[in-house]
Ligand binder design. Structure first.
Ligand code: HEC
Ligand code: HEC
Length: 474
């Protein structure tokens, strides 16, 4: 019920009651009395039993019927009022959750809208700096239940960039904050229809990623070689940078001279900064400054003084970084070379390459499309937990389905755990439940998501057939 109707009804009853008492009061006043009110004879029995009783009874009936109407009305209103209250609290909770999402930078990795993103990470086995894929979480409620999601929030995901956020996991948030965050995550889930529409995009980009893996690793090898070169060059660069910091800060802070363009830098300083920065540009791999003493903004939109200050602060941070490299040169060189060996071995074996024709012939009666789709689906939906290192962009030295957070699934392992195909399909539809057994000897940890709401059974069937059809490793 609308609460304003309710308030109106109550106010009307109060006004009515007041009017009634006022009227009764008025009737008694005005008369002059000869005797004191307590000595005045009261109404006769006749009068009391007829007119007076009728009046009292009618008032009682009237009040009783008012109550009969008011109580149900109040009850109806109350229910609604409580729902409104809950709704209000939900809204406030979502708002607080949104605040936490921003404050703790979830969006930096998972995307502002939770659509997925990436985070810099040092690959564990190789020490190579990689970009680690952070999954979409605007669909996480389709895969996990509330408790399971809360678990990931509290403990994060060890051995990945995902930090622990709950106090129990060593993070900053208490239970109430985690609940708010969960409410916000629930609030920004996309519709199931949208999620299903993403399947084709996900599958295609997973297939593209396989095709690009060689290129990716090649470019990482180039970067790694550059890193090794930088470490080797650090001892010769450091003294140049140290001197440059002194010279440039001296020129910026120069105390006398002519400043034609009135930009806070003397003309002579601008000329010297330009020639000096040019003289060290090649050996440091930096840019020369081209400051014009006649122009306040030698680069339109940027004041000369701020260009010079930015140049100085870049030199200062180079000085710090080079110092670190020089200090730990042997250690860094060893790490970087190991990383290079790892990457080169990965490139040589190219284990990410998939022989679709072979899969098609063995499992899908020669149907190449099905073979491709099954691999694309596996990599898009399963590989980040079941193929070691997959989130780093290329799984490097590990074969597909080699096992990571989740067990290895390759080389017929899936057939050992699940005797019947349907049992495996069911398991993937529903995911695992903490403490509940599955398959022949599995015990769920609640960590395997259920895919029944994000993939049609036909696609889950393709993945299952692909896994069950895998040859044992030689
Ligand atoms: C530094 C990057 C980073 C930040 C910050 C971060 N996450 Fe994550 N998160 C990840 C990565 C990476 C994964 C997946 C780990 C893996 O590869 O197994 C993940 C996993 C998750 C998962 C499990 C999703 C799934 O489907 O398995 C949830 C839920 C999640 N994050 C929520 C959050 C929330 C909420 C915040 C902010 C409080 C947050 N994350 C902050 C990187 C991050
Ligand atoms: C977020 C990580 C994650 C993702 C994504 C994931 N799994 Fe799992 N999976 C697990 C974990 C962890 C287990 C072990 C059970 C547990 O701890 O709950 C598991 C168990 C399994 C098992 C049982 C294996 C055995 O031998 O016990 C199968 C089969 C499986 N997953 C298939 C899949 C398929 C197919 C997909 C993709 C559609 C998938 N998983 C996606 C984490 C994941």
């Amino acid at each position: 019920m609308n609460s304003s109707i309710f308030v109106t009804l109550i106010s009307l009853s109060i006004i009515g009651a007041l009017a009634f008492f006022a009227a009764v009061g008025f009737r008694g006043s005005g008369k002059t009395k000869d005797v004191a009110p307590n000595l005045e004879p009261y109404k006769s029995d006749d009068e009391l039993e007829t007119k007076h009783m009728d009046k009292t009874l009618s008032i009682a009936v009237l009040l009783a019927s008012l109550l009969t109407v008011m109580i149900p009305l109040y009850y109806l209103g109350e229910q609604n009022r409580q729902e409104e209250f809950v709704e209000y609290f939900d809204e406030v909770s979502i708002e607080r959750g949104e605040h936490l999402y921003e404050e703790f930078g979830c969006g930096n990795c998972h995307g502002v809208d939770g659509g997925g993103g990436a985070a810099p990470y040092v690959e564990k086995r190789s020490g190579v700096s990689v970009v680690w894929a952070a999954p979409a979480i605007n669909n996480v409620f389709y895969r996990y239940d509330d408790e399971e999601i809360r678990y990931w929030l509290v403990y994060g995901r060890a051995n990945s960039p995902m930090p622990a956020w709950g106090l129990e996991g060593g993070g900053p948030m208490n239970d109430g904050q985690l609940s708010d965050l969960l409410e916000y995550l629930r609030y920004f889930q996309i519709s199931q229809q949208e999620e299903l529409q993403n399947i084709e995009i996900n599958v295609n980009s997973a297939i593209l990623r396989i095709e690009n893996s060689t290129l990716q690793v090649e470019s990482e090898i180039i970067k790694q070689n550059q890193l090794i070169q930088d470490i080797n060059d650090a001892p010769s660069k450091l003294p140049i940078v140290q001197e440059a910091v002194l010279v440039v800060s001296g020129l910026i802070d120069k105390e006398t001279g002519i400043d034609s363009d009135e930009d806070g830098l003397f003309d002579s300083a601008e000329i010297e900064l330009s020639t000096y920065s040019a003289s060290i540009a090649e050996s440091l791999g930096t840019q020369a400054l081209n400051l014009n003493p006649e122009e306040e903004e030698s680069i339109p939109g940027r004041k000369d003084l701020s260009i010079a200050k930015a140049y100085l602060s870049a030199l200062q941070s180079d000085e710090i970084n080079l110092g670190i490299l020089v200090e730990g040169k042997e250690k860094f060189l060893k790490e970087a070379s190991d990383g290079l060996v790892f990457l080169e071995a990965a490139l040589e074996n190219s284990l990410w390459n998939v022989d679709y024709q072979e899969i098609a012939d063995r499992t899908f009666e020669g149907d190449l499309e099905k073979a491709k789709r099954s691999v694309g689906l596996f990599n898009a939906y399963c590989a980040r937990c079941h193929t070691a290192g997959y989130s780093a962009g290329a799984a490097y030295t590990k074969k597909i389905a080699s096992g990571g957070l989740g067990p290895a699934l390759r080389s017929g392992r899936a057939n050992i755990q699940f005797k019947a195909r349907e049992d495996m399909v069911d398991f993937i539809i529903n995911g695992s439940v903490n403490g509940k057994g599955y398959g022949v000897n599995g015990v769920g940890g609640g960590k395997m998501p259920g895919f029944g709401a994000v993939l049609p059974e036909s696609d889950i069937g393709l993945i299952v057939d692909y896994l069950r059809g895998m040859m044992p490793d030689a």
